[in-house]
Design a protein around this ligand. Structure first.
Ligand SMILES: C=CC1=C(C)c2cc3[nH]c(cc4nc(cc5[nH]c(cc1n2)c(C)c5CCC(=O)O)C(CCC(=O)O)=C4C)c(C)c3C=C
Ligand SMILES: [Fe+2]
Length: 383
């Protein structure tokens, strides 16, 4: 085996408050995050949304210490993975490639080239595949690879998702069991999975397997847990006016409270590190909603971070990828058969599904321009 590298992919997060706006710009400039009819609209819309959202987002980052802990935790996961692989007989260089903030994926690739890596495993730190996360990083890597003959010499493989890995499921089940054992009535408490949402159109129009993988993952974790508790899965962190996957976490919490549920053990399911959406959104916003609705215990299961069972699972996933047939970026980002993607749509007159989607997007764009004009105090739509 040649010089081995493992490229860990993640979203990235602002290290300090000044980073928030440019981080949001990078995020919204990604067509896998906001899917628009024309690439020309992407940069102005990203500028608009990041400018309008920055203040509120900064306030949230202030509440968790002024920045995202994602980089620090991902670096610790990388180090732990390196020593776990070493114990299993594999010397590997670990690289972090973030999609929207430092260390950017491009920086990791430059280092991989400098280190003359010969064999590479690309491992997204998202257990479930979504077009908006793993898909976006794979598309970026595919573009980089296609234009660089030096990279094309590297024998690489990708792990599209690993939500069903037994060690990962065991790590999650152990973390849940520890929280359950601390509540008043361990067998009565509701296990409440909260996943990051995506717009419904990702699933229904673009064939994103995300919802299926999240649902299967929650079910598999409950099987590993092997306790009599009821469970519920809901989706958090929706952004903008389009419809996102339901049930929404805030509403689901209120509904359980109305049914008389008193104890919730909340499991962040689509994240493997603590970050703004666990530390602020779940721990502060949803906790307040739950308490207000009459929930007496709101216990949050920690994200796996550097949990030893979890890190061991990551090492097993890497070793399995080395032994399995190689998978390429383009293989995994190809849409499934019958998947409808915008550039492939044939134009038809009338209120077709595509026309409705486009109308919705144009309405959203108009609404955003109106908001900007209100904010600036001048423009074409207001006087
Ligand atoms: C599985 C994980 C994630 C999915 C799916 C996902 C989709 C998605 N996210 C946004 C918009 C935002 N995400 C933001 C932060 C953020 N998102 C994820 C993970 C997923 N996103 C993480 C880990 C983070 C946190 C990074 C950190 O700082 O720690 C943000 C910024 C925070 C905020 O302002 O609320 C936005 C905005 C969309 C639109 C989307 C799917 C289309
Ligand atoms: Fe997100």
């Amino acid at each position: 085996m040649g010089r081995l590298g493992v490229l860990l992919l993640n979203l990235g997060g602002p290290d300090k408050l000044e980073d928030v706006r440019p981080f949001l710009y990078n995020l919204f400039a990604d067509p896998e995050i906001i899917r628009l009819p024309s690439p020309l609209l992407q940069a102005p819309l990203a500028w608009l949304i990041s400018t309008l959202r920055a203040k509120k987002s900064q306030e949230n980052y202030k509440k968790i210490g002024g920045g995202s802990p994602l980089r620090r935790i991902t670096e610790a996961q990388g180090q732990a993975l390196r020593s776990q692989l070493q114990q299993k007989g594999h010397e590997a260089h670990i690289y972090l490639g973030m999609r929207y903030w430092h260390p950017f994926t491009e920086e990791a690739i430059a280092q991989i080239k400098r280190d003359k890596i010969e064999e590479l495993v690309v491992l997204p730190l998202y257990p479930q595949f979504s077009i908006s996360t793993t898909g976006s990083s794979f598309r970026l890597l595919d573009r980089i690879w296609k234009t660089d003959p030096e990279l094309q010499k590297i024998k690489y493989t990708v792990v599209p998702s690993w939500y069903d890995n037994s060690g990962y499921l065991q790590a999650m089940a152990n973390l849940i069991a520890t929280q359950l054992d601390q509540v008043k009535n361990p067998s009565e408490a509701y296990v409440f999975f909260s996943a990051h949402g995506v717009p419904v159109s990702y699933i229904e129009e673009a064939g994103d397997p995300y919802q299926k993988e999240i649902e299967a993952c929650a079910e598999l974790i409950m099987q590993k847990l092997n306790r009599p508790n009821s469970y519920k899965l809901a989706y958090q962190s929706r952004v903008g006016p389009v419809e996102w996957l339901q049930p929404y976490t805030d509403i689901a919490i209120e509904e359980l409270a109305a049914q008389g549920v008193k104890e919730l053990v909340v499991v962040p399911i689509s994240f493997v590190s603590e970050h703004i959406e666990t530390l602020e959104e779940i721990d502060m916003e949803y906790r307040e909603i739950a308490e207000h609705a009459g929930i007496e215990t709101f216990a949050r299961v920690p994200a796996p971070d550097t949990d030893p069972t979890f890190i061991q699972a990551l090492a097993d996933i890497v070793i399995k990828a080395l032994n399995d047939p190689k998978k390429s970026f383009s293989e995994t980002i190809q849409p499934q058969k019958n998947t409808k993607l915008y550039p492939q749509e044939r134009w038809e007159w009338g209120m077709t599904q595509s026309a409705e989607v486009w109308n919705g997007r144009l309405a959203m764009l108009g609404f955003l321009i109106l908001l900007l004009e209100i904010w600036l105090g001048r423009g074409q739509l207001i006087h």
